[in-house]
Design a protein around this ligand. Structure first.
Ligand code: HEC
Length: 415
């Protein structure tokens, strides 16, 4: 009798503590999955209610265990970023325990309130300016197409940009989008040479780039992030914006027309200009067959200046395995900026630090990248294998990180 009693108590405790969809799982899935897995999102199916999530329970357990989903790349504990949509260890365990327990729904009254911005495609409300690229149909037989579109801004005055966002017209084929400022007109000449809208541009926009050329980017799942108060990017009077779109049509003949939203700050509220510093090594050769080849880029970016790092964007191509960016202080102390241990060319981002990272006098920025140029790398474009060097083409490599910084000395990046 006594035994029966305790068993009953145990069962009751189990039932009370069991994770349910409504109470425990819905908040996680809404925050970490539904940004892509929703109607019109880039993921192949929505995960926005109990029926959908429970129907995919087995697949979810698999991809969550393999850490394939969500595709948040920075390694936990090595730099901290805003709008981190990776699962915490606790959230991962909650999802898996719920699936092991047979995916119970629980009481729908426990569901969290629907997110307020569910209906607006723009993350920060209506943008101050919307620019629209021409319609374009990427060749369906090409696996990847990088297309640059020239967007005339035509405002006649300098603007201070607080945030940008891309809104793909056809999320099924748009993989990610980068923005660049062209003050030279070079992009217009490239566009004129190509009979179709825009021009092909794999590695970058193929125009002269300076520290003020980067205007950020957008990858699926990433919410537009306003820069910290008092910081803005400069959009000079009469500049054009080059929008680089990565398409992956996967055999489908589909048309896209991507839009760009910009949010501006008032001139008076801006104290610092964000600029992009490339940390780069262009002189390397990855031998054929090497499956863990290290390349370093190291730059004393702050020989006589101090400032703060606001964003970071590591970049390699298809042989990339992992990439780490660190600050080495003059005393030798190493501080983490970002570490991506399972590089995936298809999931790249601009990451914004939770807190600006102090860059002291004589700090060195170090990028350590590793590449797999062996036959075991399924993304290796070379058969037969060959030595691979720096270049703009899909088949070339890069060892690069963009650090978005503000300087303490204003004359270095005048407003
Ligand atoms: C940044 C966008 C994004 C986020 C966030 C995201 N997914 Fe995905 N998911 C995708 C895309 C795109 C695919 C299809 C391509 C692929 O498999 O990479 C996919 C595929 C999947 C698949 C099918 C994979 C297979 O092998 O069949 C599952 C299951 C899945 N996601 C679950 C989740 C879960 C659970 C979460 C949240 C914990 C999540 N995803 C978050 C974009 C996302």
């Amino acid at each position: 009798m006594k035994l029966f009693h305790s068993l009953w108590l145990l069962a009751l405790a189990g039932a009370l503590s069991a994770q349910t969809y409504s109470k425990d799982v819905a908040p996680i899935v809404r925050e970490k999955c539904a940004r892509c897995h929703r109607a019109g999102g880039i993921a192949p199916f929505p995960l926005t209610n109990f029926r959908q999530v429970s129907a995919y329970a087995e697949d979810i357990a698999r991809v969550v265990e393999e850490r394939r989903m969500p595709p948040w790349k920075p390694v936990e504990g090595f730099g901290e970023f805003r709008d981190n949509f990776g699962l915490t260890a606790e959230e991962r365990e909650t999802l898996l325990a719920w699936i092991r327990a047979g995916s119970p729904e629980g009481d729908p009254a426990d569901l969290p309130p629907a997110p307020p911005d569910a209906d607006s495609p723009w993350h920060l409300g209506e943008p101050d300016l919307v620019l629209t690229a021409p319609e374009y149909t990427p060749p369906p037989e090409a696996k990847d197409t990088y297309r640059c579109f020239v967007l005339p801004v035509g405002l006649g005055e300098t603007k201070y940009v607080r945030a940008v966002q891309a809104l793909p017209g056809n999320p099924a084929i748009v993989h990610h989008v980068l923005f660049f400022i062209d003050e030279t007109g070079a992009s217009e000449r490239l566009d004129a040479r190509d009979p179709e809208p825009g021009y092909n541009c794999f590695g970058g926009p193929l125009i002269p780039l300076g520290i003020g050329s980067g205007l950020g980017g957008w990858a699926p799942g990433v919410r537009a992030q306003p820069l910290p108060d008092g910081i803005a990017m400069l959009l000079p009077r009469n500049a054009r914006i080059v929008m680089q779109v990565h398409y992956y049509p996967q055999g489908r003949e589909e048309t896209d027309q991507t839009r760009m939203g910009l949010w501006f700050a008032d001139r008076e509220s801006v104290a610092k200009r964000l600029v992009q510093i490339p940390i780069v090594n262009t002189r390397f050769e990855i031998p054929p067959g090497a499956d863990n080849y290290e390349v370093r880029a190291q730059q004393v970016v702050f020989p006589f200046l101090t400032g703060h790092a606001i964003t970071v964007a590591p970049h390699m191509h298809l042989l990339g395995k992992e990439i780490k960016v660190e600050v080495i202080e003059p005393g030798g102390q190493v501080r983490p900026l970002i570490y991506i241990d399972r590089w995936d060319f298809n999931w790249q981002g601009f990451y914004t630090f939770t807190e600006p990272v102090r860059l002291r006098l004589l700090s060195t920025i170090r990028v350590t990248a590793r590449y797999d140029n062996s036959e075991n790398n399924p993304h290796n474009p070379h058969r037969p294998l060959k030595p691979v060097r720096w270049g703009e083409g899909t088949e070339d490599e890069m060892c690069l990180a963009f650090l978005g910084v503000v300087f303490d000395a204003e004359f270095l990046a005048p407003l």
